[in-house]
Every structure is written in C-alpha cells, then in structure tokens.
Design a protein around this ligand. Structure first.
Ligand code: S3P
Length: 419
C-alpha cells in the first residue's frame, strides 16, 4: 500500500470547545477561525445557545458576541450534551457559578460516564450538584455564591481541572488544582491569552480571581488526535509519505507521536509558527517496520485518546505490546479496554485485558472479522486504519460515529491511500 499527499486534518476538538466557551464568557466580539465542525463541538454550541449566547453555524470563520463571565442566563429546558464529556464537565463548572439551576442530559454513552469527579469539587466550592444514583447523567447543578478551593484531583483529567478553573473564573474566586500528572493545558493557555493570571508549577495550576476577559481571536490548529490516524496509516504502508500540516504540537498532546517513534516509525515533527498560544507544526509520516513497546502510567495522560490506535498498531508490530496504568480508558465513550481487546480478538489478533490496560501480540496474519464500535468514534477510526490495509477484511458496525470528532475521516483515509 502506498500513501501520499498533504492532508490538513480538522481543528482540534479540545481547543474548539474551549474557544466557544471562552468566547461566550469574554466581553465583546470574539472571532474563531477553523473551528472543528463536529457533533461534539456542536453540542457545546447548542448548550451555550440555551444559556443565552447564540453561536452561529460552525463554519471556518465565526464571530460570537460574548456576555461577560456572569452574563449567561437561565436555560428553559434540559442542556443536551449529546456524546460529549467535555461539553458536560466544562459547562457544569460554568453553571456551578451561576445563580440558577441547569440540568445536563446526554446520550446513553455519556449518561454512563462518571460525573462525581466534578460534582465533588463543585459542591465543595458551594454549588448544589445532584448526579444520577449510578453516577453519570442526568446531573442537576444549582449554582451561585461560590468560594475558592484548593483541590487535589485523583485522576489526571483536563475536564475536571477545567471545570474547577471555569467555576473559579465565573465566580471570581481563586482556585488551585493539583493533579497526579499534568493533563492537557489548553484551558490554562487560553486563560493566559485572555489576560488572566494562571500560575503553573509542575502538575499544580492556580487561577487568580479575574472580573473581565478580553475577546478571543484565534485560529484553531489541526487536531493531533485526528492526525494520529493518518500518521498510523502511513507507518503501516509500504511506500510513500504523508504530510499533515498545522497540527497542534502541544507537549501535553504529543505522547502518541513519541510512542510511534519508539515503535520504530519513520516520523518527523517540523515545528512552525505558534498559533492561538499553541505550538503548531507539520507531521511527516512514512512506512516503517514497527516493534512492540511497553507503556506505563507516566505515558498515559499525553496520549489517552490515542491508546486504542496504539493497540491497533501493536497488532502489526513485532513482539508483545503492554499498556498499563490506563484504567481511565474504562470510562471513555466506551470501556475502551474491553472494546479494543474484544475487537482485536474478533479480527484475529491475540490480545488480553488487564485491569488497567491490555497486552497485544503483533503478527502479520491478515485481519478478518466484525468490529463493534459501541458508537465510539475512536474505536471506529482505529479499526478503520486496520481495515484500510491490503488483505484486511474488516466490517465496522457503525461508521457514522466518526462525526463526533472527525466528520471527513473516511474521505481522508481514502485520499491518503494512493494505490
Ligand atoms: C479532554 C480531556 C480528556 C480527553 C477528552 C478531551 C478535554 O478527558 O480524553 O477526549 O478536552 O479536556 P479527561 O479529562 O476525562 O481525561
């Protein structure tokens, strides 16, 4: 299989959510270019609309009239977050500081995902938060009159950290979050760009009280989590080269590329001009012979969303790959440890679940079988890369779920393969 060409993958999902939220909380007109027009980002736009800040259709150049940190208004109905954990957890942080009641709902997958991890700190700040008995949604947040906190988070989660930072920002109180390891830092970067004082020391972040936010002017870089699928395809090819320009190369997000290089991939990251406060560059990926690696707890935060893809690459790498310290995968859009291992086995790969990860035995056997995505976009795309290989006969039960983060994924995969 030969790959070729230059593909600019769509805008970063994490940054797109934050750009909308901060534009709504800023004062005056914010302009966002190259936002990701995906289902998850659409959920954030819809919820902001329900909170009194209309967001235009997600096109390459949008302007949003911000209402100021405390300008959001009470919703008249439920806030439907669809499949999006980031929408729910970040906007629950905002809602916790506002003097009204908001009820968050979502699809079946989101309704099962843990919300106590944000309910606990938001309650400690003074909000009333009711989470569904089994944890998850529906979740009702009644806010207002918060006080500052210092919170020690049990998991390295940018969503938990951002919920607390947003609650502190909207309430105008000081907050400090300690994490066991540093999670992605897009919230801190945007806050700093908008004039807030954010102190970062190791895995601890402190936000000083702030009354106003300047409008946001940003171009959203391409998503490294989406580019990862195309880089993986190039690594598994036998000829050619794929260039992926404009990719966000924030070090809290590039763990996948470091791991792929450790697996022996012929990969270069060419740094360019920073964009919107984020390091950006071109990823060039070429065919390689891959070898197995061991990944542990320290590797996980900067590649958490790419671990299903690493597992699929491991199926084609010489030796046995082990992933540990990744129990967070069990509470993503699906239980990604169970889903990945079951699907690898379904296509003929020897793989085993571990409580906190998995083992995958690489082989050159043709891959044949049926993949069940459980509606999880990253499972569909990771196995979509294996499906594109010559001799693969893989059926994927739901190809439409890629719309959550990468609506043009199947077209881009087809474009990347030149023969
Ligand atoms: C995200 C944080 C991560 C990641 C998710 C997006 C964010 O989740 O898996 O896809 O935008 O803050 P956790 O905070 O649960 O680790």
């Amino acid at each position: 299989m030969k790959v070729g060409g230059t593909i600019r993958v769509p805008g970063d999902k994490s940054i797109s959510h934050r750009a909308l939220i901060f534009a709504a909380l800023a004062e005056g007109a914010s302009r966002i270019r190259d936002i990701l027009p995906s289902a998850d980002v659409h959920s954030t736009a819809t919820v902001l609309g329900a909170l009194g800040v209309p967001v235009p259709p997600l096109s390459t150049d949008i302007t949003i009239a911000g209402r100021g940190p405390r300008g959001l208004t009470a919703p008249t109905g439920d806030l439907d977050c669809g499949n999006s954990g980031t929408t729910t957890r970040l906007l629950a942080g905002v809602a916790a500081a506002l003097p009204f009641t908001s009820r968050f709902v979502g699809d079946a997958s989101l309704s099962r995902r843990p919300m106590r991890r944000i309910a606990k700190p938001l309650r400690e700040m003074g909000a009333t938060v009711d989470v569904a008995p089994a944890d998850g949604l529906p979740m009702t947040v009644s806010g207002g009159h918060l006080h500052g906190i210092t919170w020690r988070s049990e998991t390295a989660s940018a969503q938990v950290k951002s919920a607390i930072l947003l609650a502190g920002l909207v309430a105008g109180v000081e907050v400090t979050v300690h994490e066991p390891a540093r999670s992605r830092d897009h919230t801190e970067r945007i806050l700093t760009a908008l004039g807030a004082t954010v102190d970062v020391l190791g895995a601890t972040v402190r936000l000083a009280p702030r009354d106003r936010l300047a409008p946001l002017h940003m171009r959203v870089p391409a998503d490294p989590s989406s580019a990862a699928f195309l880089a993986a395809l190039a690594a598994l090819a036998t000829q050619g080269e794929l260039a992926l320009p404009d990719v966000c190369l924030n070090p809290t997000r590039t763990g996948f590329y470091a791991a792929l290089a450790r697996m022996g991939a012929n990969l270069t990251l060419e740094h360019g001009e920073p964009q919107g406060g984020e390091p950006v560059g071109t990823v060039v990926a070429r065919p390689s012979s891959l070898v197995a690696i061991d990944l542990g707890r320290d590797d996980v935060p900067s590649m958490i969303d790419e671990l299903p893809l690493i597992a699929c690459l491991a199926a084609r790498a010489a030796g046995t790959t082990t992933i540990r310290g990744a129990e967070e995968l069990r509470v993503k859009e699906s239980d990604r440890i169970a889903t990945v291992v079951a699907n690898l086995r379904a296509v003929g790969v020897n793989a085993d679940e571990l409580p906190d990860g998995m083992c995958i035995e690489g082989s050159e056997r043709p891959l044949r079988g049926r993949v069940q995505t459980h509606g999880d976009h990253r499972i569909a795309m990771a196995f979509g890369v294996l499906r594109a290989l010559p001799n693969s006969e893989i059926a994927i039960d739901d190809t439409t779920c890629v719309a959550v983060s990468y609506p043009g994924f199947w077209d881009d995969i087809a474009r990347a393969v030149v023969s």
